[in-house]
Write a protein that binds this ligand. Structure first.
Ligand SMILES: O=c1[nH]c(=O)c2[nH]c(=O)[nH]c2[nH]1
Length: 302
């Protein structure tokens, strides 16, 4: 005998673009996002008894995303996600949870001749601002916000020494290395009770995103890094210190290696240690370092 253990369904990869035109100033503002909405509830019979009467068609879910984007502000993504998710839970008695993921793509206003252009934008990096909103009937709204794909490199100011050495160790200690990573940073908000509570924090979501980004870049640049682990922990601590509504901060940082190349075979060319100038960037394998920083009293799951 088998039974349905868990189920959720919906529409993924719904691409949405919205423009806001300020008639007075002529300034236009654009948002492009990719949205996924998955629903949970009393939908078991659609799987076990081919009963489609409980199915809100994924096509209708897609339509609802467009209509909500037309009727409501799409910024911040946290507020838009809460409004959208709450719609499904309130509208359909048998839907008890809505999971909304939003990837906001990076369109940065162009500066032309030193002035912000009213309607032209550049995608200056694949970096995205992501949001996961889980609206759970009777419980509240859980929001996780994140920075993804922010690629950084420093050409010095990073060390790695004192690590465990045994019969498996070949890595040399270094007091000066290149450090590069693609930042994934996310922060979990303390649970919100309602959409209006989420709306009340609208400025807080943008402020937290800007501050997490600034802290990540500044700490990466300024810390004389002992390791990826030590530097990422400092970032997490600083983000938590500035945002009381955030419970935890999580980082996942690949260590994108740049290897020295011994060129001594060519006329004794010096290119290692203090003479290293030409390096070989590695695609794989890469280190992958993760951590979650919480507040004291909340023990991490190690
Ligand atoms: O910052 C680092 N952390 C590690 O855990 C590690 N392991 C390694 O080989 N190089 C590095 N660098």
């Amino acid at each position: 005998m088998s039974a349905l253990a868990a189920a959720r369904y919906g529409k993924d990869n719904v691409r949405v673009y919205k423009v806001h035109r300020d008639e007075k100033t002529g300034i236009q503002t654009v948002v492009e996002m990719t949205v996924c909405v998955l629903l949970e509830g009393d939908i078991e019979t659609s799987y076990t008894r081919a009963d489609n009467s409980v199915v809100v068609a994924t096509d209708s879910i897609k339509n609802t995303i467009y209509i909500t984007a037309k009727q409501q502000p799409v910024t911040t993504p946290e507020v838009f996600g809460a409004i959208l998710g709450n719609h499904f839970v309130e509208k359909y008695n048998h839907i008890h949870a809505a999971h909304v993921s939003i990837v906001t793509h990076r369109w940065v206003r162009m500066n032309i001749d030193g002035k912000p252009h009213p309607h032209s934008f550049v995608k200056d990096s694949p970096e995205t601002r992501n949001t996961q909103v889980d609206v759970i009937e009777g419980k509240g709204i859980d929001i996780n916000s994140s920075i993804n794909g922010l690629t950084v490199l420093k050409s010095t100011g990073s060390q790695f020494w004192g690590f465990l050495r045994d019969e498996f160790t070949t890595l040399k200690e270094t007091w000066d290395r290149i450090l590069s990573t693609d930042v994934t940073a996310n922060w979990q908000w303390r649970r919100f009770g309602s959409v209006s509570e989420v709306r009340a924090n609208v400025a807080g979501f943008d402020k937290a995103w800007q501050s997490a980004r600034d802290i990540t870049l500044k700490t990466f640049a300024e810390d004389n890094s002992a390791s990826v682990q030590a530097t990422m922990y400092k970032m997490g601590e600083l983000i938590l210190a500035g945002a009381p509504l955030i419970d935890t901060v999580e980082y996942a940082l690949p260590n994108n290696h740049y290897f020295e190349i011994d060129l001594s075979w060519h006329k004794g060319t010096k290119n290692t240690g203090k003479d290293a100038e030409v390096y070989a960037p590695q695609s794989n394998p890469n280190g992958l370092i993760k951590c979650t920083v919480g507040r004291s009293g909340q023990k991490a799951k190690l």
